[in-house]
Design a protein around this ligand. Sequence first.
Ligand code: AMP
Ligand code: GLY
Length: 385
Amino acid sequence: MKVLIVGSGGREHAIATSVAKSPRVDKIYCAPGNAGIGQLAECVDIAAMEFDKLAQFAKDNQIDLTIVGMDDPLVGGIVDVFEEKGLRVFGPRKNAAILEGSKAFSKDLMKKYNIPTAAYENFDDSQKALEYLETAQFPIVLKADGLALGKGVLICNTLEEAKEGVKSIMLDKQFGSAGNTMVIEEFMTGREVSVLSYVDGKTIKTMTSAQDHKRAKDGDQGLNTGGMGTFSPSPFYTKEVDEFCKKYIYQATVDAMAAEGREFKGIIFFGLMLTGKGPKVLEYNARFGDPEAQVVLPRMKNDIIDVVEACIDGKLDEIDLQFEDNAAVCVVLASDGYPVKYEKGLEIRGLDNFNGKDGYYWKMSYPVQTIRCCLGKNVLWIKTI
Ligand code: AMP
Ligand code: GLY
């Protein structure tokens, strides 16, 4: 079969690597792709938000299955466009991708269905938000409602900082229209864990856990980024935590979406915080994590095409999802200055030295030139150039 992957990051490279392993797949395309993906797939020069062009490409090239990796096209409704044209596509429709596209929506959903999360209030009026802050406890967390490249969260230690935050999100529109509405949320402490899952509308199967490392620079000295590295599994995601989340979070979320008439098919990524009062949901994403996919997918034993098709067809209950009993780590090498001001499109040289026996690498050119290395077996395999 022929598969099209939509996206251009290390995550899409990880998806392409899994797809390439399937004996059912003859040809992979990736739009727009990147230099590393180009070693496995044919890159197509169509941007991820050009839905009509992508659908036309899929029709013209008899694509059997399209897998959407990125959040923007999912939230923008790419799945609806493909389905209207009779194309087979993996990912949530627009009305379900709102789980990631609106933090205010997802917080209200959790409140309505008693899914554990931080206490919060939603605001679409900056004056009301400022008044609320006068009586709030600090630190406090401000979140722009919409997509903001993973940067729309501000943790504020004082009233002054929080007032500045409201101003920059709601009035100065630091994150554009994503800041038209804002969530103000209780600050929580604890270990963070990422749990990705496959969902077919009613059944959910979680993948192995991972932990993202968000801050740049050694010793957590730098700014928050889209992710500087990951490892899987997380030693903090114990059997007890898993049991709690299965009981109160995972199926409850899928059922809540179905009850709201927003049947979710695709990936739900649960960003969890393991607090002193039990696991709570920090955020939902409606896609594989980047760089979580780079450590989770290589450990999956199943043929990814079988799993993805089972989600589309509502037959996930027939899949026995299995992961290898090993570990993986991903290290991101970013262009100097990331995440503030940095050069893009730099060539990476010396990659031949990365082809170790137990590991392999990914190369990408967006949003920064990075090498993501993943470990095979149980061996730590990192080598810098
Ligand atoms: P999010 O995009 O919602 O995952 O937030 C980005 C990061 O901000 C998370 O990975 C946490 O490190 C932090 N964060 C978000 N919400 C909270 C909260 N309520 N309490 C403490 N930290 C938070
Ligand atoms: N690594 C976090 C994310 O993909 O949103």
